[in-house]
Ligand binder design. Structure first.
Ligand SMILES: [Zn+2]
Ligand SMILES: [Zn+2]
Length: 236
């Protein structure tokens, strides 16, 4: 029955691959099987912060404290990954995140302890009203179902902060200070939390979220992001 329904939906609402333009089924989530196989995994990740290590040096964490016990960026923010995330965030391709979930679940297996809770990086009310959904929540809840870990809202974004888009490295560090607050400390006191976000650029956002969770009583925070952007190309 579900197959028949999908067949009808594919005829009524044909979709194309976001990368090569080939016609795809609805269940392919905007990317054809060929381009899906080409998604580029993040490599040379810093063991401390997950940033890109060049010539043995991590430019993200060598000059500041990192609050995560570990961060896993799963793909490089380029090619089809970048197009899918842009579609998800700016062109209402709400299902585009689904393609990343199995790869993220496999990557999360490298975390040494199983987290008690999964939570997304929160989104301001204003932005949520604009977009209609928090893409990090969609990813976190799907990942939670995959890993059998409860996904809960643990943080809120305070109003009045600028978007990180268009800001330089130092501005990004400053712009997130005290941006987040805990929703309900009883939910995560003494627990290990897995924080989920879409793109890791300078790590400022997940580091500040981790700091706040630890300050409010979390035992440890790990984080995972769909992709890692090059902080030297801050144009996302
Ligand atoms: Zn394609
Ligand atoms: Zn690092």
């Amino acid at each position: 029955m579900i197959n028949i329904l999908n067949f009808i939906l594919d005829i009524l609402f044909p979709s194309i691959c976001i990368n090569c333009g080939a016609r795809v089924r609805g269940l392919d989530y905007h990317i054809c099987p060929y381009c899906r196989d080409e998604l580029k995994p993040a490599e040379n990740s810093c063991p401390v912060c997950g940033g890109l290590v060049n010539s043995g040096d991590c430019t993200i964490c060598n000059s500041r404290k990192v609050y995560m016990s570990g961060n896993i960026p799963v793909y490089e923010y380029s090619g089809s990954v970048k197009k899918l995330l842009h579609g998800l965030k700016f062109h209402s391709l709400r299902n585009a995140y689904r393609i990343f979930v199995p790869g993220m679940a496999a990557a999360a297996a490298s975390i040494v302890v199983k987290p008690d809770l999964i939570t997304p990086v929160p989104m301001s009310r204003r932005k949520l009203a604009e977009r209609g959904y928090n893409q990090s929540f969609l990813i976190a809840s799907a990942l939670g179902r995959y890993l059998d870990i409860p996904c809960v809202h643990l943080l809120k974004e305070r109003p009045g902060f600028r978007s990180q888009r268009g800001l330089g490295r130092l501005e990004r560090y400053i712009n997130v200070i005290d941006r987040y607050k805990a929703c309900d400390i009883n939910k995560f006191s003494g627990r290990t939390v897995l924080l989920v976000d879409d793109v890791f650029t300078t790590g400022s956002t997940i580091n500040e979220c981790s700091r706040q969770l630890l300050r409010c009583g979390a035992y440890a925070v790990y984080s995972i992001t769909v992709a890692r952007a090059d902080p030297d190309k801050l144009t996302i």
